[in-house]
Ligand binder design. Structure first.
Ligand code: TRP
Ligand code: ZN
Length: 475
């Protein structure tokens, strides 16, 4: 996958035996992108995370078959990555941080591979043709670690006292499986993790099987049918209390709570998941995935933590003494299932499309609950100096989750509502995730989309509230 057309890197000489073959092919198929097989790019061209994702292919499916040993922290197994080449490739990259790679096969044949930073460079025995669908199987092992971002926050693989928790935003999935770690390349997944008997593994999608394996182990197989970005993949391993329910609309709800994080506020919030999902569906449109729920982990008080909108069921970190799941945080994370997980940012620069909508969902919920009106929430956001540090459309990598992304992002939506009126605005809230269901969209896609909902010129609004740095004189 790659984001924008870029200058093609110089191509290396072809083995002579293949030259005539590619010459023939290039007369027809290779006129535009491609030509002789080259190296896939080490990134997709993300403006904030240049090495995230890779160029030259699109992943369709990840099949992870892993074993975890909580006592040593060791994770081992195979990742089967099914992808389609988007140009002729003699090598391509996968993202993987740490871990030891023991073997790689492509299309069933042993492949050469090398490591460079977070790039795993794979050179198949035979070059890949454009449009070719191919399976890459990586056998790997190691003690996965955490990744520290430019903003100082951490994601990746967190070891807990009895298990582990994987969080991926923005580039944490590469800590525990090799892949195309960028939001623009979504895929279906089958995630199987075996653990010592007595532990539970919770992940995305639906539990397809929990089966005994040799050596006193149990393998949990989670199937993710709808496309998922790598940053939304999770695995939670521990002693979880599992509750199954359904919403009024019949959507399965699978909730896993570490008993040590089950403070009264969290227990009360968990019990409201069906109500919240039903309320959000009434405003945002049908729930985009085939099940929902939540994971309330126990990270312990030495590790910081933040909630994350992992697909289907968001993760909430429990720390000793702090309520794990305030209801507004639950509303926020669940709203991301529409805004972020189903409509996923085209690049990390578009992050306000996630956080602005999720913050606005909180404002709507507070008003619904008889708290401050959306206008009052907007006024409070307008008044806070921290929200004016930069324009929501252009955070740096270190500002990905800074207040303007959330609150100025929500102010953009509030201004749209005031400009186009409630009827058009609530049509827009539903139409946007419907138009890009299970896809990707950019800030420019959004501003162009908005123009269909009003006859008014929205350019001044976007110039001031979305792209402008300066604080307007009044709200
Ligand atoms: N996406 C999370 C949310 O729902 C926030 C998040 C992810 C975050 N990584 C972070 C916040 C790092 C702060 C630091 O808002
Ligand atoms: Zn959020």
């Amino acid at each position: 996958m790659r984001l924008r057309p870029r200058v093609r890197p110089p191509q290396r000489a072809l083995p002579r035996a293949l030259a005539s073959l590619f010459l023939a092919c290039c007369l027809t198929a290779c006129a535009g992108d491609g030509g002789s097989p080259g190296a896939g790019a080490p990134g997709v061209g993300d403006p904030l995370f240049p090495n995230a994702g890779n160029g030259g292919y699109d992943v369709g499916h990840y099949g992870l078959d892993l074993a975890y040993d909580p006592a040593s922290g060791r994770l081992s197994g195979t990742a089967a990555v099914t992808a389609t080449a988007t140009r002729p490739l003699r090598s391509f990259d996968l993202d993987l941080s740490g871990m030891r790679v023991d073997a790689v096969t492509v299309a069933g044949q042993g492949a050469q591979f090398s490591r460079a930073g977070t790039e795993l460079v794979v050179r198949p025995a035979e070059p890949l043709e454009r449009g070719e669908r191919f399976d890459t199987v990586i056998t790997y092992q190691g003690v996965p670690g955490v990744i520290t971002d430019p903003d100082g926050s951490q994601e990746g693989w967190f070891r807990t006292d009895d298990g582990a928790l994987a969080l991926g935003e923005p580039v944490g999935s590469m800590a525990w499986f090799p892949g195309d770690d960028h939001p623009s390349d979504k895929a279906s997944y089958d995630i199987t993790v075996s653990v010592p008997h007595g532990l539970t593994v919770v992940s995305n999608g639906e539990l397809a099987a929990a089966a005994a394996r040799a050596g006193g182990r149990t393998a949990f197989h989670w199937h993710v049918a709808q496309p998922m970005a790598t940053y939304l993949a999770t695995v939670a391993i521990g002693h979880y209390t599992v509750t199954k329910a359904t919403t009024g609309g019949g959507l399965p709800v699978y909730t896993a709570v570490d008993p040590r994080s089950n403070d009264p506020q969290t227990a009360a919030a968990v019990s409201r998941i069906p109500e919240i999902v039903t309320w959000e569906s009434g405003i945002f449109g049908p729930f985009p995935f085939s099940s929902t729920g939540a994971i309330v982990a126990h990270l312990g008080d030495r590790q910081g933590g933040y909630a994350l909108e992992t697909q289907n069921r968001p993760v909430f970190p429990g720390n000793e003494g702090t309520p794990a799941m305030p209801v507004t945080t639950l509303v926020h994370e669940l709203s991301h299932e529409w805004y972020g997980d189903s409509v996923t940012p085209h690049s990390w620069q578009d992050i306000w499309l996630n956080e602005g909508f999720a913050t606005y969902a909180e404002w709507l919920w507070k008003a619904h609950e008889g708290g401050p009106t959306e206008q009052q929430s907007a006024a409070a956001a307008f008044a806070a100096t921290a929200n004016w540090a930069f324009a929501p459309a252009s955070p740096t990598a270190a500002q990905l989750f800074a207040p303007p992304v959330y609150n100025r992002g929500a102010l953009v939506l509030h201004e749209l509502r005031r400009t186009m009126g409630d009827a058009a605005f609530f049509r827009l809230l539903r139409a946007w995730p419907a138009a890009h269901r299970h896809g990707n969209a950019s800030t420019e896609d959004f501003t162009a989309f908005c123009a269909h909902f009003t006859a008014k010129d929205l350019n001044p609004l976007f110039t001031t509230w979305l792209y402008g740095r300066a604080k307007p004189a009044h709200i």
